[in-house]
Write a protein that binds this ligand. Structure first.
Ligand code: ATP
Length: 537
């Protein structure tokens, strides 16, 4: 099971510290999000998995980390100053602005069809560089990491003695002044990309393009996305960017729909050609603007033919934030631990119905908020037995808190959830923010606490996994809390561990509890590290 609605994810992310709205204390800044204590771990694990697979484990790749600020000429010759635009329209009635290609001739806010003609809006953030506010001393925050790779092509080539084919990989921030940021971290104004520019001989580009599409699908599967939620889409000729010979988008079934997670483009010799001097001598296949400023030719000298070659480029370009969203969505499940009896569901059903009636009548709620609450509430009510845990998400929707009977609903639902349900993130272990939680069966027993903290320190010292100690509740509750953040293993220290239980043979052993199956095993403490490493592989 995956997440059914974005609200489920937004609510969990905020509640448990994965992702927060940016600058919330000042009313927010649209299109920005902050990664919290668990979000930063998840995101780092995703980036590390990508780096490992694409840089460390390949023989044909180098990594770089280029500056976000670049000479503004980069953006002239890359084509971004002229062409990195989206069509923008204004609603003449309510004055809101929209991306023309995302609305169907009607203002999504007020419904008016009185819109201005679309005009191009450049998505780059302009910024001043240096202390003198001279009209020429500006640049842009990079809207993609790719250009940092192209302008370093020669540096990497010369410093590593690479031959074609080879690639350069980079992970880093990119900024786009999106007209309408939306869908949580799917479309934001500040995000991260994981990009590869793979340089090949002209003529070998199509074969490499196909290979990269397959490699990238395989990698997304390796981090846990399922094949049925991933769809390659071959862009039609009229959809291609001006520099691209072919582009395959990898679409993912996000809670809000099937949308782009990664794009894999055959960019021909456009980029290296565009940033080169003496372009006339290079035999370029792409049409580029004349470059009057570049100081070098971005070519590779082929020792066999004794000729300078401008490589073709295959670019797999993935969004880190969209990757995080896909992982969360895929991993999310609400599960019944045991069936809740009808007499326990009945009061929840009634409280939910009262809540929805009250929401529908509420005159202070903005229409959009009311619609969202009622739609989500009705969805839950239709399958209450299965969807009961979604009530937490319902109650965190904007405006829900202000509804009088919200507290009453929460009071009815919380104990039932605690007893009969769990929310789980079924992350692959290598992506889970926390790999192991060590839990004391009793939190004020010095022997148990000391042993548990000792185990946590020993496991953490291996450097192979993030391990936490948690004693903030009873054991059942602690398991649920770890399930909800995707911790694959809980290790429980009890009286048996200390040799003070009924079975002397259990001395110096702990219970290992598995997130997905909820199965429990007894493992000897000296074997614990090897056991966990093996299970995590
Ligand atoms: P879209 O059509 O969704 O605007 P794009 O085709 O402009 O995306 P690219 O320029 O190909 O995107 O960027 C490569 C990747 O960077 C995308 O596949 C996506 O994962 C990520 N990305 C692009 N724009 C954003 C954004 N505003 N917020 C989050 N991720 C983004």
């Amino acid at each position: 099971m995956a997440a059914q609605t974005m609200e489920q994810l937004v609510s969990l992310c905020k509640r448990r510290g994965f992702i927060f709205p940016g600058s919330a204390i000042y009313g927010g800044l649209q299109g920005t999000y902050d990664y919290g204590p668990l979000g930063v771990e998840l995101k780092n694990n995703l980036k590390l998995a990508w780096w490992r697979a694409n840089v460390w484990e390949r023989d044909d790749m180098e990594g770089i980390d280029a500056a976000i600020l670049m000479n503004k000429l980069t953006w002239r010759y890359s084509g971004h100053e002229d062409t990195f635009v989206d069509p923008m329209v204004d609603c003449k009635a309510c004055k809101l602005r929209w991306r023309a290609d995302q609305i169907s001739g009607k203002c999504p806010s007020c419904g008016s069809t009185e819109l201005t003609d679309p005009r191009p809006f450049n998505l780059m953030f302009k910024t001043q560089v240096g202390p003198v506010p001279d009209p020429e001393s500006f640049s842009y925050l990079r809207p993609e990491t790719a250009q940092g790779i192209f302008v370093n092509f020669k540096h990497v080539l010369d410093s590593t003695s690479r031959k074609l084919p080879f690639g350069i990989a980079q992970i880093g921030k990119a900024f786009r002044n999106e007209i309408t940021p939306r869908n949580f971290i799917f479309r934001v104004r500040e995000f991260e990309q994981m990009e590869i520019e793979f340089f090949v001989r002209p003529g070998e580009d199509e074969r490499w393009h196909e290979k990269w599409v397959q490699d990238r699908i395989d990698w997304w599967l390796s981090v846990g996305l399922s094949r049925q939620n991933l769809e390659p889409y071959h862009q039609k000729k009229e959809e291609l960017a001006h520099y691209a010979k072919a582009t395959v988008d990898l679409l993912y079934r996000f809670p809000h729909g099937l949308e782009e997670l990664e794009g894999i483009a055959n960019r021909t010799d456009y980029d290296l050609g565009s940033h080169s001097r003496d372009q006339g001598s290079l035999g370029l296949r792409a049409r580029v603007s004349p470059n009057a400023h570049a100081t070098d030719k971005l070519t590779w000298f082929d020792p066999d033919s004794k000729q300078h070659v401008v490589p073709f480029v295959v670019e797999p370009s993935a969004g880190v934030d969209r990757g995080v969203l896909a992982l969360l969505s895929e991993a999310y499940a609400e599960e019944q631990v045991k069936p809740a009896p009808a007499e326990r569901l009945k009061p929840v059903e009634e409280a939910l119905a009262t809540f929805l009636r009250s929401a529908a009548r509420n005159e202070k709620l903005p229409a959009a908020a009311k619609d969202a609450i009622v739609a989500e509430g009705e969805r839950i009510a239709q399958g209450l037995g299965e969807r009961l845990p979604s009530i937490a998400g319902l109650l965190s929707l904007p405006g829900a808190d202000g509804i009088e009977v919200a507290k009453k609903l929460r009071g009815q639902v919380d104990p039932v959830i605690d007893e009969f349900y769990r929310t789980v993130l079924h992350f692959k272990p290598h992506l889970a923010p926390i790999k192991v939680a060590v839990l004391p069966l009793k939190k004020n027993h010095a022997g148990i606490v000391g042993t548990a903290k000792g185990i946590r320190r020993t496991l953490q010292a291996t450097g192979a996994m993030r391990v936490v100690y948690d004693d903030t509740g009873a054991i059942g509750k602690l398991y649920r809390r770890q399930d909800e953040i995707g911790t694959p293993f809980c290790v429980t220290v009890d009286f048996d561990t200390l040799g003070e239980g009924k079975d002397a043979a259990l001395a110096n052993t702990v219970t290992v509890r598995h997130r997905d199956t909820m199965a429990q095993e007894r493992v000897a403490v000296p074997e614990l590290e090897a056991y966990l490493r093996e299970k995590m592989r």
